[in-house]
Every structure is written in structure tokens, then in C-alpha cells.
Design a protein. Structure first.
Length: 325
């Protein structure tokens, strides 16, 4: 049986596209120029059965407008771009490429930690400009404690790398008790307890109503003057104005952020742009050839499984209650 699949981007990596084509799917794309308007128009006017979601938001109205839609499969791990309640109300499962980009994002997280701790971007910029600045001394990570907020596959990968360079590692997640012993990583009893004991904090929690701005002024006050905050999760996890103030006042050592609350930030619209001792990057943690291929393949496998009525991989569906419908 042929299925009509819409990819919310101009292309899909061959590892995923070939699976869809071999299955006889009609694969449609959204152009870069058309963007969200084109996506919504195609959902409203074409018999789309499956969506492979990349960068564009899919709101409730767009989901409701497509009576043939049966599954939304993310070629990524985060799902805050999707109106999950609207999909659930329609009985549409929302699937993620769980684990497919974990190693790439974990490596990028470590890269941000090193870049901030050793001032690498600053030294590069000064040296490229003809200078030879050696005044800002860096931090050695060996022996310091890494605090992980969230303990999924990305955080676990980062924990392994941090332990290998001699860091101590703690983690906090509301669901961590279910895992039992996570040694040599230690479990913190609360977010505040984790922050108070950590030298480096790395965020790996999903964005939800309960986690939005989970790192605010009160939480930042728990960090010490040599603390580093890294975020490769979602920008909305941090109160950006509060973080910018802490950085300007030198109350923590620095921050490395791959995600912002609004991407890209509007001109003059984000206080972290230009903040001292801050490394910013444009949501590139999962942007490796391996991760892009793996997420595309996972998204294609998931969309085909859902459309064929086959079993879905454990942990891939973020709204399993939709399957009951």
C-alpha cells in the first residue's frame, strides 16, 4: 500500500528517504521559501497520511485541517514544536527518533563545556585578530562535579565522557528513582540539591509546562563563581534575562548555549547575545552526518510502522494515549 508522506523540510537524508521510496510512498516536501504557510496549506489540501517533522511548528489548527493524517514522526528527539494535545485528541501518535542523535549531542555538550572552561572561542577571536591575549585563566575540569538535569540517553553519554576525564557526575530527574542504582553517577534528591553541589550544570530535560524556565534567578543563585551552565536541551528551560544578569555581574564563570527561547533570536531581542563569557551556537548539537542520517532513518521507520499498524519501538511515542483511540 502506498502512503502520502509530507516532510516539513526541503529534503530528507537518503537513509530515510530511500526507505520511504522503497515502500512505494509518495513523498512531498516543504520548500525553504514556503515555510510554515506552505506546510499548513499542504496539510489542509492534500491527503497526507504521515508527516516527518523537521524544523517547522505544527499547530493544532494544522493538525485538525488534515482529516487523513495518522502519524507525526519527528526526525529529532524534542517534540515541543508539535501541538501534542491536538494530535492526541485526533488519535494521532507523535513519535520521536529517540536515541538516534544522542552521541552527537552528548559530544557537543562536552565541546561547549570545554569551550567555556578554557575560553577557546575568546582566544581564537583575539589571536585571529592579531592579538596574543593570555590574561583570562581557564578552569581544569578534572575533579569537578558535573550536574546533569535530566538523565536520558544524551545525558548518559555525556556522563561517560565526563567520567573518562576525571569528573564526578551527579544527575537529577523526577523519574530517576525508577532506574535504581546509576553508579558511578550519583542521584541528587532535588534540582536545587544538584545545583548547589555542581561545578558544571548541563541541561537535558524536555521542554514542558513544568520545565519552562526551570533555571531562574533562585536556581542560578545556587551556583558558585566558577560554575558553568550548558544547555543543549531547549532554550525555554532557562530564564534568559536572569542568566544574562548573572553573567554580566560575574556571579558564574560562563555559559555555553546551543539553544535559545526564540530561534533565531530577533535583533536586539535576546539578552544573552553579547553577554560576557558566553558561547552561543545555532542549535547545532545534532548536526552531524551520522546523527542526521540516523534521525532520518528512525523517522522513516517509525512513520511506516505507524501507517502499517505495526508495533512501535519502546519510548518512541510521546503520547501513547493516542494509540488507544
Amino acid at each position: 500500500m502506498s502512503f502520502h508522506v509530507l516532510v516539513t523540510a526541503p529534503r530528507l537524508e537518503p537513509a530515510g528517504l530511500s526507505l520511504l521510496e522503497d515502500a512505494g510512498c509518495q513523498v512531498d516536501f516543504v520548500t525553504a521559501e514556503g515555510g510554515r504557510a506552505e506546510l499548513e496549506r499542504k496539510l489542509a489540501t492534500q491527503p497526507v497520511q504521515g508527516v516527518i517533522s523537521r524544523f517547522l511548528p505544527i499547530g493544532g489548527a494544522a493538525i485538525t485541517s488534515c482529516p487523513t493524517l495518522r502519524v507525526i514522526s519527528r526526525a529529532a528527539v524534542g517534540y515541543d514544536l508539535i501541538d501534542v494535545p491536538a494530535a492526541t485528541a485526533r488519535g494521532i501518535p507523535v513519535l520521536t527518533a529517540v536515541g538516534a542523535n544522542a552521541q552527537s549531542v552528548a559530544e557537543y555538550s562536552l565541546g561547549l563545556i570545554l569551550a567555556v572552561a578554557r575560553n577557546i572561542p575568546r582566544h581564537n577571536a583575539a589571536t585571529q585578530a592579531g592579538g596574543w591575549e593570555r590574561t583570562r585563566i581557564g578552569l581544569e575540569l578534572h575533579g569537578r562535579r558535573l550536574g546533569l538535569v535530566g538523565y536520558g540517553r544524551i545525558a548518559q553519554g555525556l556522563a561517560r565522557m565526563a567520567l573518562a576525564i576525571g569528573m564526578k557526575v551527579s544527575a537529577y530527574s523526577p523519574n530517576l528513582a525508577r532506574r535504581g542504582d546509576i553508579a558511578p553517577v550519583t542521584a541528587a534528591p532535588s534540582l536545587h540539591a544538584l545545583l548547589a553541589q555542581s561545578d558544571v550544570v548541563s541541561l537535558h530535560a524536555p521542554l514542558s509546562a513544568g520545565t519552562r524556565q526551570m533555571i531562574g534567578a533562585a536556581e542560578l543563585a545556587l551556583l558558585g563563581p566558577e560554575a558553568i551552565l550548558v544547555n543543549t536541551g531547549r532554550g525555554g528551560l532557562i530564564d534568559e534575562a536572569a542568566l544574562a544578569e548573572v553573567l554580566r555581574e560575574g556571579r558564574i564563570y560562563g555559559a555555553g548555549l546551543d539553544v535559545l527561547s526564540t530561534e533565531p533570536p530577533p535583533p536586539g531581542g535576546n539578552p544573552l547575545v553579547g553577554a560576557p563569557n558566553t558561547v552561543l551556537s545555532p542549535h547545532m548539537g545534532a548536526a552531524t552526518t551520522v546523527a542526521r542520517s540516523a534521525t532520518a532513518k528512525a523517522a522513516a521507520i517509525h512513520v511506516l510502522a505507524a501507517l502499517r499498524g505495526q508495533a512501535l519501538p519502546e519510548g518512541a511515542c510521546v503520547n501513547p494515549e493516542a494509540l488507544a483511540r
